[in-house]
Design a protein around this ligand. Structure first.
Ligand SMILES: *Cc1c(COP(=O)(O)O)cnc(C)c1O
Length: 463
């Protein structure tokens, strides 16, 4: 494909995406395909001869689209959003075209410096501790996912403690409501013991239960090494008491990691920052601009209060990666801040987003989604046959039918059968409940109002 053809097909593809976004509301969110349907439309072998780009584009519609789940639909209330937006897509395109590999500062200085600057911007925008800037003792880096950031935090915790004890004598703690990435991280890092600490009636970790578990493990000859707090759990956006957990972590010499994957975006609004009070007692932190901040997957903003243990755990320099800038210690080499070596220019899409929306644009989105979630919560609370199962802290509304579990499941199925709205059915205390997660880039009041009308109608039918 030469430059002229690239221009032509490039414009066509952008038109195709713009048409897709414009018409997305008329598509059923879930594809009606069976396992193997999509694959069966593809030839058994890769082509020997070059094909026309027009044919490839046509197969996007013919083969790919029938198997697409429309995450970018404004009726998306399932899981958490995985938002995209026009400026993010353009940033992603620019990054792909530049095609740089930013493992070291020296392998493309802009890739590192734009990332450091944007991550430092976010420290101020989100009200994070100033020490977390790359110009201070800590610093921020973009990881692929919150899970990778959490796995990395556990690996550092193990490295720090490995001077004292073997990994099989170490203990990692997190709440019973924490994301499975903490358990996976402990497994990957070979940490001997994982404790899922009890939660209170709001599904937040109980610091007393944590202190108790730590004392019991110490008495049993084990070494507490890591504790993971969550600001906005995946199940119900419950908020762990970061300060109280941080104080225990300090006293016990544990690494304290905070997972704010979804809810972290809300901290761009000062009125929500009290939910993560105590960040000065945190060693590492992650939130996902790829969930609620208009930036398409993958983009997880990861921070360290002190970058030395991170680099100490990960830095290995073979001769072919030695260079003057690194030796002089003047630059950040982000390969030492992540498990893989190679890295894409992911900061570009985040930079495009922050500039295109401005902090005010992002704050307006967060506030509107939370307003809509509160609006929906009031209706659920006032409804005779619906019960809230957890407080609406951010923009997730968690409720169930006040009748049987079957009625809750039928209600979720009824919503999803509408085609235009999609919610997740989850489980709390062994009983099903419905999660309505508000936050897709294009979700507006009318979509939430329409969802409520549907819920009301279905609850009447099932009453
Ligand atoms: C979504 C979520 C994760 C996982 O995020 P990835 O970026 O997909 O790894 C982790 N923790 C919490 C609290 C989440 O909500």
């Amino acid at each position: 494909m030469d430059a002229a053809e690239f221009r032509k097909h490039g414009y066509q593809l952008i038109d195709w995406l713009a048409d897709y976004w414009e018409g997305i509301e008329s598509r059923p969110i879930l594809p009606g395909v069976e396992p193997g349907d999509i694959r069966s439309r593809m030839p058994d072998r890769a082509p020997e001869q070059p094909e026309l780009f027009a044919d490839i584009m046509a197969d996007l519609d013919r083969i790919v689209m029938p198997g697409i789940t429309h995450w970018q639909s404004p009726g998306w209330f399932a899981f958490f959003p995985a938002n995209s937006s026009p400026p993010a897509v353009l940033g992603e395109l620019a990054a792909a075209g530049l095609g740089v590999q930013g493992m070291l500062w020296a392998t493309s200085p802009a890739c590192t410096e734009v990332e450091s600057q944007v991550m430092d911007w976010l420290v101020d925008l989100m009200g994070l501790p100033q020490d977390w800037k790359t110009t201070g003792p800590g610093g921020g880096v973009i990881q692929g996912t919150a899970s990778e950031a959490t796995h990395l935090a556990v690996v550092i915790a193990r490295h720090v403690k490995s001077r004292q004890v073997a990994a099989d004598e170490m203990v990692a703690y997190t709440s019973a409501q924490a994301h499975s990435s903490v358990e996976k991280g402990a497994r990957v890092a070979g940490i001997g013991h994982l404790r899922l600490v009890e939660t209170d009636e709001t599904q937040a970790m109980s610091p007393a239960a944590l202190a108790h578990a730590v004392a019991a493990d110490r008495a049993g000859g084990l070494m507490p090494a890591f504790v993971g707090s969550t600001v906005g759990t995946t199940g119900t956006t419950a908020v762990d008491p970061v300060r109280a957990i941080g104080e225990i972590a300090r006293t016990e010499g544990m690494w304290h990691h905070v997972d704010a994957a979804f809810s972290g975006t809300a901290m761009i609004c000062p009125e929500f920052r009290h939910y993560q009070d105590g960040l000065e007692l945190v060693d590492s932190y992650v939130f996902n601009p790829h969930k609620w901040m208009f930036t398409n997957f993958d983009c997880s903003a990861t921070y360290f209060a002190d970058r030395r243990p991170l680099i100490d755990a990960l830095s290995i320099t073979p001769p072919y990666l030695r260079n003057q800038a690194t030796e002089a210690g003047e630059v950040i080499d982000y390969r030492d801040w992540q498990v893989p070596l190679g890295r894409r220019f992911r900061a570009l899409k985040l930079w495009f987003v922050l500039r295109s929306y401005g902090a005010e644009g992002i704050r307006a989105k967060v506030r509107e989604d939370i307003r809509l979630a509160r609006w929906l919560t009031e209706r659920v609370e006032a409804h005779p046959s619906l019960d809230m199962v957890a407080p609406t802290t951010f923009s997730l509304v968690s409720f169930r039918h006040s009748g049987s579990d079957e009625e809750t499941s039928r209600l979720a199925e009824g919503i999803n059968a509408s085609g235009w709205a999609y919610v997740t059915a989850s489980v709390l205390d062994n009983r099903p409940f419905i999660r309505v997660s508000i936050g897709q880039t294009n979700t507006a009041a009318r979509h939430v109002h329409r969802l409520w009308e549907l819920i009301e109608r279905l609850s009447k039918e099932h009453a």
